[in-house]
Design a protein around this ligand. Sequence first.
Ligand code: ADP
Length: 165
Amino acid sequence: MIQRSLVLLKPDALDRGIVGEIITRFERVGASIVGLKLLVSEKDTAEKHYTEDLAQRRGEAVRNMMIEMLLSGPVVAMTVEGVEIVEVVRKMVGATEPKAAAPGTIRGDYSHVSFAHADEKGIGVFNLIHASSSPEEAEVEINVWFRPEELFNRDSSYTKFTVKK
Ligand code: ADP
């Protein structure tokens, strides 16, 4: 039942200065942060993240725009852990199109733009955050962004950092 999910705070989230607020939401529901870093993505990493699958679902143009967007500034990559957390995180993130994302979700509360607006401007839609859509996808994506030694294993190493009574 314990799962891990990959969360990416995209360049627009850093640009807006809301990284702390978004991370707080995950802490508030009790998800454990087991990996966290700020980086400028390599092209190769961005291409592995936005796979051919995205091109098939949304079109090659959207894939290319998303890769370009990911490379446009720093991103924060996180791995969160918790009970059936993949579904919980997706619920918190909200619908892909900010215009349609429900209030109370991250996208619904912090963004509002539409696909039509993005298409008119010839840019990818700014929706702040990415989260894995299934446990299988999470496993692949965590490997794209993190080396095993960058992830904290709560079972084995907690005691090292805990003050013993
Ligand atoms: P999600 O990130 O919600 O799982 P997708 O995997 O379908 O959504 O799309 C990946 C990213 O591509 C989205 O986060 C969004 O920023 C962008 N995107 C998707 N569809 C479009 C579109 N029609 N126009 C512009 N950008 C899009």
